[in-house]
Design a binder for this molecule. Structure first.
Ligand code: DQQ
Length: 537
């Protein structure tokens, strides 16, 4: 990272400066990955007049920044080219659908296509002369009509797309259909709506294969909504979708299941997935915002990151999704250290030495010999985040807290703890995962939230695994093989660069065993600018 910039990341996606937010229109096209994203060309804080910045990659790790693909230029988008998606139309023709903010900041959907399909980088995009192609009807507020998804074709060959909205205060995925991608008709019924939420931003709708996990259908459909009313959280539901009738029946409503399904129980918002046809996988990007002060962002000259890309698939239970950093990350691994079969007695802290702890990838799995000693809780009655807030890493327990102390100073004054605590609820064990940032920085004006969620694994028969991607000011953690994720932004004062340390700890009375820990220093990803156009960034 740059001098005097301890919070810039080494292997997360970042442009050289200014504010970024939602990932837009990710795709894999003719051997190249494209990422567009919301970008403020004029400064480090978010501003309504966003552009679509554009970068390309061969491996989702190293990136080339290109010219912006969309700028606010027309009456219908003069106040901003807001979020949207790409659909690859027959004949290998990509098309952008995005939201424009007009003179009155009202929202509409708009179409843009590559100017020159023989340019392999698709640098220039042209807006359709038919824009705007979808405008809100009377029952839809002009400020509640945005973020079109990737479109899909039904058996009748008509295109379908959903738009994020709220109708009568309830989160809604408005459905539109079209034969030619230019003339769109609103369907009578939305694809889905829920009275348990308000506005839906950046909806995403996609199939996941359920092959190999039980009988019945081979495909489930995930609907994700970004909820601004819930402190910027990405929630999802799973269900069955009938492409003949466009009827979508969910297994449980938003926030209804015992697991309160979210992509991430920390910071992760405005996300979007795409089908990586080259590797036959679904890849997810999410915007990870800053949690420092606005004045700190101005001083840094930038704000916002993209998550490390994650593959998304259905979990073993079939009840939720599993996320995991894409395999290409392994290219960045350098020095490796390993710990095997090591007992961690109650109250112990073990340093993992030999890697660059400010820029690392760590995987650890724990075995719990004394699990029957776990405390009792009534799982249905407790909010996991609250439980973590009341039981931070420094609060002794019986089985746990155990886990990692990352971006920690030598004396542990600064530390970000990611850990588990095991409870018993009736006849089963319950695993709680926490991301405790209360001691993450000596700086006072940064957020130090404690995050928490349950992990759907059975500690009596499985090891409890944790993987953390540590990158200067971001920690992305994957619990239970990726069924529960917690991402945090932290801004240590002492634990920066070579002063950062990594520890494994156990603050329970019962000992736990590290069955295996592997940690790697991570190399820097390469970011280059295609053209040295001074005004680009
Ligand atoms: N960000 C975009 C909107 C979207 C919101 C504007 C979500 O299109 O609804 O920058 O973060």
């Amino acid at each position: 990272p740059m001098k005097g910039q301890p919070y810039r990341t080494a292997y997360h996606f970042q442009p050289p400066k200014n504010c970024i937010n939602d990932p837009n229109g990710p795709m894999y096209y003719k051997g190249i990955y494209h990422l567009f994203y919301q970008y403020n060309p004029n400064g480090p804080l978010w501003n309504m007049k966003t552009t679509w910045a554009h970068s390309i990659s061969y491996d989702l790790i190293n990136w080339v920044h290109l010219d912006h693909a969309l700028n606010p230029t027309h009456p219908y988008d003069i106040n901003g080219c807001w979020s949207g998606s790409i659909t690859i139309l027959p004949g290998d023709k990509p098309a952008i659908l995005y939201t424009g903010k007009d003179r009155e900041t009202h929202e509409s959907q708009n179409l843009a296509i590559p100017k020159n399909l023989s340019d392999p980088l698709l640098i220039e995009w042209v807006k359709s002369a038919h824009n705007p192609i979808m405008t809100p009807a009377d029952d839809i507020g002009p400020l509640f009509f945005r973020d079109p998804t990737t479109a899909w074709q039904g058996p009748d060959k008509r295109w379908r797309v959903i738009i994020g909205s709220q109708i009568n205060g309830h989160g809604t995925a408005i459905l539109y259909t079209s034969e030619d991608f230019v003339n769109w008709t609103r369907s009578e019924s939305p694809l889905y709506s829920s009275n348990r939420t308000g506005m839906w931003e950046c909806p995403d709708f996609y199939p996941v294969s359920v092959k190999g996990i039980g009988k019945g259908r081979e495909t489930k459909y995930v609907l994700k909504a970004s909820l601004p009313g819930f402190n910027l959280q990405d929630h999802y539901v799973m269900g069955n979708y009938d492409p003949q009738t466009d009827i979508y029946v969910v297994d449980a409503d938003f926030m209804d299941s015992a697991l309160q399904l979210r992509y991430d129980y920390g910071r992760f918002y405005g996300s979007k997935s795409f089908l990586d046809s080259g590797k036959d996988r679904r890849v997810l990007w999410g915007w990870i915002e800053e949690t420092d002060s606005k004045s700190a962002d101005i001083e840094k000259g930038w704000s916002g990151l993209q998550s490390f890309p994650r593959t998304v698939s259905i979990s073993k239970s079939g009840k939720q999704l599993t996320q995991w950093p894409i395999k290409e990350i392994e290219k960045l691994r350098s020095e490796e250290v390993n710990i095997h079969d090591t007992e961690l007695e109650g109250g112990s802290v073990l340093e993992v030495v030999g890697i660059t702890a400010s820029q690392a990838d760590v995987e650890v799995s724990f075995v719990l010999p004394n699990i029957e000693e776990a405390e009792m809780i009534e799982q249905n009655l407790v909010d996991p985040q609250l439980l973590c807030s009341k039981n931070q890493a420094s609060v002794k327990g019986l089985v746990g807290p155990f886990g990692l102390l990352v971006l920690a100073s030598k004396d542990l004054t600064e530390q970000t703890a990611i850990f588990f605590r095991i409870f018993r609820s009736h006849s089963k064990y319950v695993v709680l995962m926490c991301g405790d940032q209360s001691r993450s920085s000596l700086t006072y004006d940064v957020e130090k939230t404690t995050y928490g969620a349950f992990v759907d694994v059975d500690p009596a028969s499985e090891t409890i695994s944790l993987r953390s991607l540590i990158d200067h000011s971001i920690v992305e953690s994957f619990g239970g093989g990726g069924v529960t994720c917690i991402t945090g932004r932290v801004y240590p004062k002492l634990a920066i660069d070579n002063e950062a340390h990594l520890y494994v700890f156990n603050n329970g009375t019962q000992s736990v065993k590290i069955s295996k820990l592997s940690a790697w220093s991570m190399k820097e990803a390469q970011f280059v600018q295609y053209r040295n156009e001074e005004n680009l960034f």
